[in-house]
Design a protein around this ligand. Sequence first.
Ligand code: NAI
Length: 332
Amino acid sequence: MKNVTLIKGDGISPEISDSVVKIIEASGVKINWDVQTAGADVAEIEGDPLPKRVIESVLKNKTALKTPVTTPIGKGFRSVNVRLRKELDLYANIRPCKNIEGIKTPFRGVDLVVVRENTEDVYAGIEEKIDEDTMHSIKIITRKASLRIAEYAFEYALKNGRKTVWAVSKANICKLTDGLFLECTREIAKNYPQIEYKEILVDALCMQLVQNPAKFDVLVMPNLYGDIVSDLTAGLIGGLGIAQGANIGTDCAVFEPVHGSAPDIKGKNLANPSALLLCAISMLKHINEFDGAKKIENAFLSVIKEGKILTSDLGGSASTTRFTDEIISKMK
Ligand code: NAI
C-alpha cells in the first residue's frame, strides 16, 4: 500500500476530498492517506496555518494530494500555498488544459500546458510600506530559477510528445527581470533542437488565447503571469471546476487543483470534485498506479460525455455526492 499525504484545507475542501477518496477506494487502489489539516482553523489551535507536521509528512511520503486553503486578502497570514511551494522547493507548477468531450465551451482544439515558475517573482512576498500612500513590492527573478523552470518545460515537452515551447514574458517593460528570464529560456532552448522555441508577450498571449487557443502548446512563464494565465486557460475548457495542477520539486510532488476554496458554495454539496479528481488521476500515475488511474479516468470521462449527471458549474444540477456516486457506478 502506498503512503500519500492528503492536505485538507477549508471551504469546499472537505466535500471534494471526501468525494475523491471515495472514488479512489471504489477503484480498488489502496492508498494509506496521511491526512494533514492546514489553514485558518488550524492556525487558531496550533498557532500556524501550515504547521511543521504538514511539511514533514510530505517530505516523508514524497507525494501529496492537496485541497485548497483560504488566504486572507490584504492582511493576515502569508498564503499557505505559497509557503508550501517555497518550503518544499516545488519549483514547477504544471497546469494542463485540454478540451474534455461533453463540456461545451466556445473553444475547440485546446490542448496546452502552462508551466509556471513557482518560487519567486512577486510571490517572494517582499513588500514594504514607504508611507501611507506608497507601497513597494519587489519582483525577484533569478538565473537559477529561470534556467531550472525552462529546463523543466523543455523536458516536459520532450517526454510528453509536445512540439513547441513558448516563453511568455513582459520583457519589453520589465527589461531586467523578464529580460533575464528570456535570456535563460533562450539558453536552454539551444539544448533542445527537436522542440520549436517561440516567444510571446503576456498581453498578446491573453488576446491570442481567446482568439485561437489551439495554436498553443507548452507555455513557460514567471510566477505571476502563470497564476493569471492558467485561470484564463481553465476558462477555455470549461472553468475552474475541471482545472488540474501539480507542483513538482526535486524531492516531492504536490497535486492540487487550480481553483480556490470557493467559500461562496462551502458546505452546500454543490462543489465540483472533478479538478481534484483529475489531480488524483495524475497523482496515481505519478506513483505508478496506472490501472487504477485509467479506470477512474474512463469512468469520469464517460459521466462527462453522457452529460446527464453534472454539477451546476458545468451546466447540470447534480450535487457533489450524486456526481461522485455516478462515477463510482461506472467503475462497477
Ligand atoms: P475560487 O477558485 O475559490 O472561486 C472562484 C469561483 O469559482 C467561485 O464562484 C467558486 O464558487 C467557483 N468554484 C471554484 N472551485 C469550484 C469547484 N470545484 N466547483 C464549483 N465551483 C467552483 O477563487 P476565489 O473565490 O478567488 O478564492 C477563494 C479563496 O481560495 C481565497 O482565499 C484564495 O486565496 C484561495 N485560493 C486557494 C488556492 C489553493 O489553495 N491552491 C488557489 C486559489 C485560491
